[in-house]
Design a binder for this molecule. Structure first.
Ligand SMILES: Cc1cc2nc3c(=O)[nH]c(=O)nc-3n(C[C@H](O)[C@H](O)[C@H](O)COP(=O)(O)OP(=O)(O)OC[C@H]3O[C@@H](n4cnc5c(N)ncnc54)[C@H](O)[C@@H]3O)c2cc1C
Ligand code: FES
Length: 419
């Protein structure tokens, strides 16, 4: 080989290396679509970003297994696999799936032949490329109105969705997920079925960051509705960095402190102050309205920065606490403005009485699509022909330009809505 040939070979080899390096760097860069993905998590769960899924719209999933997670058999897990057999969208631990259910008359209401409803359910397992798991609590009528029908979707899942059943599912989404910085201890606070996103985050931490300090405060009534009991106890036994704090509000006669639970009562600031070590923590909260409404402001008053408090509401009642916890400006008008629903041919006057445009429209007899009623599922998304709609909190659902979410939006000016 001549010196000139050797030089040419070296030059080509160097060029190939440079091209490969650039290609690798581009491939590794986190997605900028939607909210920024937390740095580092892509490495572990190969998630391209919280709101970018491997599919858009609805995809069919088959239930391959179901199992109860509590002694009372009110919380049931459903294991799902895609019917098309293609790879699954990765997700951030803490995100949820959105389901569209076609309910036969009997499951919805006796007077209705068939109708579709939309509901969200958190992924309750660590990300796994072979399948998803959700866990659903059967919802009873409110204690003070036992004559009302029980929860439609949760009842449908428990009573009618068995192995082999095919469901229509939207890709994982949501902004409530674990920060992958292993140096910051995480505090998961779950009330009742609010344990589901915590299970996903907790199992992910145990697998990927076993040294990370993680505290779980899990409030339930008694051992009867204590979900994932064995899994949590085994995790705590195997991982010294995982601190399990189970709080029963009404322990059963056979429930034993230290064996079944650690504290009696409710999870409150006093308990956290008494039991958490000093130093910075990141708090993740999901539970019933009373818990969210008391704990989030209490943590802020205690001096926890807003950025270190993350929470998820499972429904409209949990209405994301407002005020100091919100980073977003609260700009909602209470002045009277006209809201025109162009498809329905109605113009109504917003007088500030209602919490959101969906409640407002329904109070006036309009029948509009809705699902989660908390800005998560997109079922109430409506084209906004003119005007400005504001939100107290940034909704989970990414709203396309020229659209709005009725369930969490309020008018800031006169509106024309294509609904
Ligand atoms: C992001 C997100 C994640 C979620 N993750 C989970 C999860 O992991 N697991 C889980 O179990 N749930 C989860 N949820 C909640 C779930 O989406 C449903 O809201 C829940 O299952 C209840 O739906 P349902 O159709 O069964 O009840 P609904 O039919 O919506 O009824 C809700 C309640 O209203 C009562 N009711 C019925 N009629 C009336 C009436 N006329 N007036 C007043 N009240 C009435 C019912 O008795 C019931 O108590 C999540 C929600 C969100 C937004
Ligand atoms: S009803 Fe789910 S986003 Fe409005």
């Amino acid at each position: 080989m001549t010196a000139a040939q050797l030089l040419a070979y070296i030059a080509v080899a160097l060029l190939v290396q440079v091209i490969a390096g650039v290609a690798f760097a581009v491939w590794r860069r986190p997605s900028t679509a939607g909210a920024p993905a937390p740095a580092g998590i892509e490495d572990v769960v190969a998630a391209p970003g919280p709101s970018s899924g491997a599919w858009s719209g609805w995809r069919e999933f088959r239930v391959v297994r179901r199992e109860f997670e509590d002694a009372a058999r009110t919380q049931c897990s459903f294991h799902l696999q895609p019917v098309d057999g293609r790879p699954l969208a990765p997700y951030q631990p803490g995100q949820y799936l959105t389901f569209s259910l076609k309910l036969p008359g009997g499951a919805a209401a006796a007077s209705v032949a068939e109708r579709s409803i939309t509901r969200c359910y958190s992924l309750s397992d660590r990300p796994d490329p072979t399948g998803y798991r959700i866990t659903i609590k059967r919802v009873a009528p409110p204690a003070d109105q036992p004559e009302l029908p029980p929860g439609v979707s949760s009842g449908y899942f428990h009573d009618r969705v068995h192995e082999g059943h095919v469901l229509r599912v939207k890709a994982p989404s949501g902004h409530f997920y674990i920060d992958p910085d292993a140096n910051v201890p995480a505090v998961f606070i779950a009330g009742g079925i609010g344990i589901t996103p915590m299970m996903s985050m907790l199992l992910w931490c145990a697998g990927e960051q076993p040294e990370r300090l993680v505290h779980l405060y899990y409030g339930v009534r008694s051992s009867e509705d204590h979900a994932f009991k064995r899994v949590l106890e085994d995790l705590a036994a195997a991982h010294p960095a995982f601190k399990l704090n189970v709080v029963y509000s009404r322990p059963g006669a056979d429930d034993l402190v230290e064996r079944d639970y650690q504290y009696v009562g409710y999870i409150d600031l006093a308990l956290l102050r008494r039991t958490l070590p000093h130093g910075r923590h990141q708090f993740y909260i999901c539970g019933p309205p009373a818990m969210m409404q008391s704990l989030v402001p209490a943590l802020r008053e205690w001096g926890v920065p807003a950025d270190d408090i993350r929470f998820e509401a499972f429904g409209p009642a949990s209405v994301r606490p407002t005020g100091p916890v919100s980073n977003e400006p609260v700009v909602a008008t209470s002045a009277c403005v006209d809201v025109r629903f162009s498809r329905s041919g109605r113009t109504l006057t917003w007088d500030g009485q209602d919490g959101n445009l969906l409640d407002f429209a329904e109070r006036h007899g309009l029948d509009l699509d809705s699902g989660c009623r908390s800005g998560s599922c997109g079922a109430c998304q409506t084209r906004l022909a003119s005007g400005v709609v504001t939100y107290v909190e940034r909704p989970d659902h990414d709203i396309p330009k020229g659209h709005c979410l009725l369930c969490v939006g309020k008018p800031q000016s006169a509106l024309v809505l294509e609904a």
